[in-house]
Write a protein that binds this ligand. Structure first.
Ligand code: SAM
Ligand code: SF4
Length: 448
């Protein structure tokens, strides 16, 4: 979501006549797009602002804008920071160029956040957001040939630990026709892989008169677009609604990638209840079984939070147990970070010591790594279709071709990382790669 916002803000500023620079010392304006999901992400912003405060001593005309979730969460408080000139929440991003010009012109600090974040967005706001969405400049794409498309804004789930509903506002699904038109435009500009985004993208629901559109229909409509070859969607919430229909769309529509990112967060029913996740570990595993039944070969990824308030050794053992049963392709594992304003922060004590959180994180990662390694090995000798992302950060690791061509990094439709030697010009294109070696999270191979 943040990567998409960064692309849109960059596109908008370019259109308004700004030029990009990678160097802070060259810049007249610095924007920091922020995340509030964990304390660590916010700490890094504060540390960057400390650095910018220093730079501003010699360059007082430098304008600094903090945008995104942290801007919405802290508002006025953040504006008091000596380095900060503009604080702009996610809903105000369409105005960012004007806000910068106004701040420079009037030489005073500017605050633009939503006052009542849980209030329904007005039709003017939603029109501004739609125009902002359509500004996507494919030159700014995060990876060649790939684009993110927002299916929905916000979240209504209020998991007790999570700040998202307080900074991104209520859940709103975008009209399907607008999404489809947007994807057609992207396809016309050479985009091959679309990733539909939503905090709970599987609950996408748009009612138009008699007709209700769900994610399965959106996938079907997007599948009909010429030029688009792969369609992914993230992130899914473990809920019954639409689940089988979405799985069937994945099984039946060849362009829809057989990949499901469906966070469990914990394997303990007691902790799931405290987290306000509306399922038990048995219900969650049942969803995975159904997904695997309906979509043979599906790869599944998960998220977990370790060290949540009150998590005993027994609760953690239940999480380990669930990870073993779920057999994820990979997992994102986070140490619980209390977020101000959330129900968990207000009502529950953050009573798991930092070293225990760290130890549980390491232990769970090790359990997952063993499973990932086993699943990766199944690819040995197989040929997989990949979309090439670009040069690998560790070039020439694979010397199979005597280092004649650089090492490329690519991904399969089901989100597996593949590394092989090939011409850099293949970036943004599809290729077939024969897998010759595997590690838990990477497949190595040769161009087939
Ligand atoms: N909407 C998605 C969902 O419900 O799974 C993901 C949203 S969140 C931005 C991404 C992940 O961050 C979550 O799945 C969760 O594992 C983690 N997360 C959220 N709040 C957290 C917190 N307070 N401390 C640690 N991890 C957190
Ligand atoms: Fe946060 Fe839960 Fe919404 Fe995901 S579903 S964004 S974890 S509140």
């Amino acid at each position: 979501m943040n990567k998409l916002d960064t692309i849109l803000v960059t596109s908008l500023l370019k259109e308004a006549g700004f030029a990009l620079t990678d160097s802070v010392t060259d810049a007249d304006v610095v924007l920091i797009n922020t995340c509030s999901v964990r304390g660590h992400a916010e700490d890094r912003v504060i540390s960057n602002l400390g650095h910018l405060k220093h730079i501003k001593k010699n360059k007082p005309q430098l304008t600094v804008a903090v945008i995104g979730c942290m801007a919405q969460r802290l508002g006025e408080q953040l504006l008091k920071h000596p380095a900060v000139d503009i604080v702009c929440g996610p809903a105000q991003l369409p105005q960012i160029a004007d806000l910068i010009m106004q701040t420079i012109r009037e030489k005073k600090k500017t605050l633009a956040v939503t006052e009542k974040i849980r209030q329904k967005v007005t039709s003017e706001q939603s029109q501004a957001l739609e125009e902002f969405e359509s500004i996507y400049d494919t030159e700014e794409q995060h990876l060649p040939g790939q684009a993110f498309v927002r299916a929905m804004h916000g979240c209504n789930n209020f998991c007790s630990y999570c700040v998202v509903p307080y900074v991104r506002g209520p859940e709103v699904s975008r009209p399907p026709q607008i999404i489809i038109e947007q994807i057609k435009r992207l396809a016309g500009r050479g985009i091959k892989l679309i990733t539909l985004l939503g905090q709970t993208v599987n609950s996408y629901k748009y009612v138009n008169g008699e007709k209700t559109y769900c994610l399965a229909e959106l996938l079907e409509m997007a599948s009909d677009i010429d030029g688009i070859e792969w369609i992914r969607f993230v992130t899914s919430y473990p809920s019954e609604e639409f689940f089988d229909r979405i799985c069937r769309a994945m099984a039946d529509l060849p362009k829809v990638c057989k990949y499901l990112h469906i966070p469990a967060q914990s394997g303990s029913d007691k902790i799931l209840l405290a987290m306000n996740r509306n399922y038990t570990s048995a219900q969650y595993l049942n969803l995975l079984d159904r997904a695997r039944d309906i979509v043979p070969g599906i790869s599944i990824a998960g998220d977990f939070i370790v060290g949540f308030s009150g998590e005993t050794e027994q609760d953690f053992a239940a999480t380990v147990n669930l990870v073993k049963k779920a057999r994820y392709k990979n997992c994102f594992i986070f140490k619980y970070s209390p977020r101000p304003g959330t129900t968990a922060d207000k009502r529950l004590e953050d009573n798991i010591p930092a070293d225990v959180k760290k130890q549980r994180n390491i232990e769970l990662l090790a359990v997952q790594e063993k499973i990932s390694a086993e699943l990766s090995t199944e690819f040995l000798g197989k040929t997989v279709k990949v979309l090439i992302e670009g040069l690998s950060k560790k070039p020439h690791l694979n010397t199979a071709d005597g280092n004649k061509s650089p090492q490329l990094i690519a991904r399969t439709a089901d989100d597996r990382i593949v590394v092989f030697n090939g011409p850099a010009e293949m970036t943004g294109r599809f290729a077939d790669v024969k897998i010759t070696k595997t590690s838990p999270l990477t497949l190595f191979g040769e161009l087939a």
